[in-house]
Structures are given as C-alpha cells and as structure tokens.
Write a protein that binds this ligand. Structure first.
Ligand code: HPA
Length: 235
C-alpha cells in the first residue's frame, strides 16, 4: 500500500511520528537520535524513517513548509497509516515581547489566517488545539530534564513575507510565536480523532529584527528534540 506522496507500506510507520518541516532534519534526527533507523519514504524527497528511542518505536518524517504541505502528509499518516500521535518540531519567530531567541514554545492552541477550517463547514470559528495528553507529557518531560519552556497560543500563518505586516495585532492578543503549520496539524488530528502537538524553537524575532546563527539553532534544537522524543517514548 502507498499514497500519492508516501511509498511506505502499512506497518512501516510507528504510532508516534515526529515531524520537522525540513526532510533533511528528519534524516538528522533519525541518524543522531534513533536506534536502527530505516528509511520508509523518499517520494518528493520527503524523507521518513522509523527506528527506536529508549526502546520505543518512533518515526520521523518531514512535513514540508506551510499548511497545505503538512495538511497532506499528516492527513495520510493519521488516516492511511494508522498513526496516533504526531509531534511537530520546528522553528518559529517570536511575537510576544517576553519570548526570546532560543526559547522553546509549546503550542497549546494555534490561531491562523488560513482558510483550512472552511472545509469543515462549521457555523462559527474553530479553535485548533493541541492534544492534552501530548501537551502534558511534553511539559512533564521538559520539567524532568530541567529544560525551560513556554506554553500558549501560537500563530500558523499562510505568509512568511506578509504584506499586511500584522504581527503587532496578533501580539496584542497574547500570541507567543509565529510558524506556518500547527493549525492544520491540529485540525487534521481533531477530525481523525487522533493527537497532535507542536513544539518550537524560536529562531528569529521578526518584530525586533533578530535571528540566531545556524550553529545556535543546532544547540537549542537539541532541547526541543529531547522534549519531543521523551514525549514520544512516554505515550
Ligand atoms: N514567520 C513564519 N514562520 C517562521 C518564522 C517567521 O518569522 N520563523 C520561523 N518560522
């Protein structure tokens, strides 16, 4: 069995999948954190691997950038491959004043400027929300290992280069950080009756014109990854 975007067979993919945006980061995670990783997908270069972490079977697969891309890959994982838990691991821009470069931010909810929810024909505004089970497990994993983290509302934007320059308005509403995928992931999980969480490392501050170096990103990336992997090993 395969899908138009994934040539894995049923059973090749673990019940919990970590999803970075960049497929090369998926390969990095597989090679550096998983025992005995096996590559299950190369279609469109969207690499996916399954291995074990602390004895638990875990997969890691790229999502691509943006809501349409993670919308496709996570839909197939939940609905075609029987995946139960997806944990996005990615980078974000700081929005709230007190969120700093290198902070780890966990998305309890994901506001969005995307029309992704319109497919559900709801008579109101849907609030894309993380799975409490995964959120609690991630917070506990971070606390056990003494890593600091923030939890709150994030913004999943359809635009990276935004002509409307609207970040200040989202900031007024208490949004912590901006990225481009979580809202679709949370909606796909809700619709499929599955679980999703988004854990982010702040790589830039668009409102303050700051960004981290590639080297710094690598270090803080480790904190986020260890929180995500320990979460995956416990659910
Ligand atoms: N905007 C959107 N997505 C992002 C950003 C940003 O500033 N930084 C990292 N991902």
């Amino acid at each position: 069995m395969s899908t138009p975007h994934n040539n894995a067979n049923k059973g090749d993919i673990a019940r919990t999948v970590l999803m970075p945006g960049d497929p090369l980061r998926a390969r990095f995670i597989a090679e550096n954190y998983l025992d005995s990783p096996v590559c299950y997908n190369e279609v469109r270069g969207m690499l996916g691997y399954t291995g074990t972490y602390k004895g638990v079977r875990v997969s890691v697969q790229g999502s691509g950038m943006g809501i349409p891309s993670i919308g496709i890959y996570s839909w197939e994982l939940f609905n075609e491959y029987g995946v139960e838990n997806i944990i996005r691991v990615g980078t974000a821009g700081a929005v709230a004043d007190d969120v700093q470069l290198r902070d780890v931010v966990i998305g309890m909810s994901a506001s969005t400027n995307s029309a992704y929810a319109s497919q559900y024909r709801l008579p109101g505004t849907y609030a894309p929300t993380a799975s409490w089970k995964l959120l609690r497990a991630a917070a506990e994993a971070a606390e056990r290992s003494g890593k600091s983290y923030r939890v709150g509302n994030i913004l999943s934007s359809d635009t990276f280069y935004d002509d409307a320059d609207s970040l200040a308005q989202w900031q007024k509403m208490g949004v912590l950080a901006i990225e481009m995928e979580a809202a679709a992931l949370y909606m796909n999980a809700a619709r499929a009756g599955k679980n999703a969480l988004c854990i982010l490392t702040v790589s830039d501050c668009p409102l303050r014109g700051l960004s981290t170096s590639a080297e710094e990103r690598q270090t803080t990336f480790r904190d986020m990854m260890e929180i995500a992997l320990d979460t995956a090993a416990g659910v």
